[in-house]
Design a protein around this ligand. Structure first.
Ligand code: NCD
Length: 320
């Protein structure tokens, strides 16, 4: 099947087959990457291409993994830092993007604080766009790498109970995960203080809304912890971070309520001691660093599919 989605803006519209296609390609590329010992990676499907990373919000994992992924596949990468660009002189997002496109790049990776910014740009640009997080709307590649990590650990997401804990209302990670996990047959519930739950959680397809962490995690196969996104709140939605941690933090004590074989995830950045303790984050249940490793792999898979469509990873399809 050829990859028909040139851009990736949201997971809400991704079907099971398309998601499966990305995961399959990620599996192939991971195997190839792990087994590779030579000087030149044998799958340079982006050779001669240029990828532009345009990040208007802070990022460690997402930005670096897009860059590494593009480089591994042979692309050139341009990282534009808005704080050092003409954005500071009043240039708009649209003009910035149009000018970058005039330099003939092949792909734009965009992170922006405004929900809908990648969608708006996709209407005016001819090159594909990957949404690397827009406001509290979506973060599609995070959800795909989370799903890939879940399937590695648990075999399949189908029928699993997934609990997402924390600041659901402001989380693009939660939203994208709810869509992809439900499409793949998982049962997704959320947990946290009432003030951080989206008003229409059920309409997003959530099975249960918990306010008690111990009750929520008792039946979960996957527990996904989220950071409290203070930068997206006009005012703090709970009395204090200490209080938040006491009720909704995962620590040596609360982790006792987990099912055997359950996994703990976190998209990062972690606020250690708030939503998760250091010992739990690096403990036996945690797959947090697997998520980071898979972040590069999933982004390789996606860019590979965008430029290399239906053929199998590993074949010799270098441009001359
Ligand atoms: C998240 C993001 O930026 O949406 N992090 C990430 O991309 N790995 C989550 C967050 O900021 O808390």
């Amino acid at each position: 099947m050829a990859w028909l989605n040139r851009s990736l803006i949201e997971t809400r519209k991704l079907g099971e087959q398309e998601i499966r296609q990305v995961l399959k390609r990620a599996g192939e590329l991971k195997k190839l990457w792990r087994g590779w010992r030579g000087t030149e990676f044998p799958h340079l499907s982006l050779r001669g291409r240029t990828v532009v990373n345009l990040f208007f919000e802070a990022s460690t994992r997402t930005r670096s993994s897009f860059e590494l992924a593009a480089r591994r596949l042979g692309a050139h990468v341009l990282n534009l830092h808005p704080e050092a660009s003409s954005v500071t002189k009043g240039e708009t997002l649209f003009d910035t993007a149009r000018n970058l496109e005039a330099m003939d790049p092949d792909l734009l990776v965009l992170r922006h604080a405004s929900a809908g910014a990648p969608y708006q740009l996709s209407k005016i640009l001819k090159i594909p766009i990957i949404n690397a997080g827009d406001g509290f709307h979506e973060h599609p590649t995070q959800a795909l790498l989370d799903l890939f990590t879940i399937e590695e650990a648990k075999g399949s997401a189908k029928g699993l109970n997934v609990l997402i804990v924390g600041d659901i209302a402001h989380s693009r990670v939660a939203r994208s995960n709810i869509y992809t996990l439900r499409t793949m047959g998982a049962r997704v519930s959320v947990c946290g203080p009432p003030s951080l739950m989206p008003p229409l959680a059920r309409e997003l397809g959530v099975a249960e809304v918990f306010h008690d962490l111990r009750k929520g995690i008792a039946d979960a196969d996957v527990v996904m912890m989220l950071r409290v996104q203070l930068e997206r709140q006009n005012q703090m939605q709970f009395p204090s971070l200490g209080e938040y941690s006491r009720f909704w933090g995962l620590n040596a004590d609360t982790v006792q309520s987990l099912k055997k074989g359950a996994i703990i995830m976190h998209p990062g950045p972690l606020n250690e001691g708030v939503e998760i303790s250091q010992e739990v984050a690096s403990g036996p249940y945690s797959v947090i660093l697997n998520q980071v490793n898979n972040g590069v792999i999933i982004r390789m898979a996606l860019m590979d599919l965008i430029f290399d469509g239906g053929s199998k990873a590993g074949g010799d399809r270098r441009r001359g």
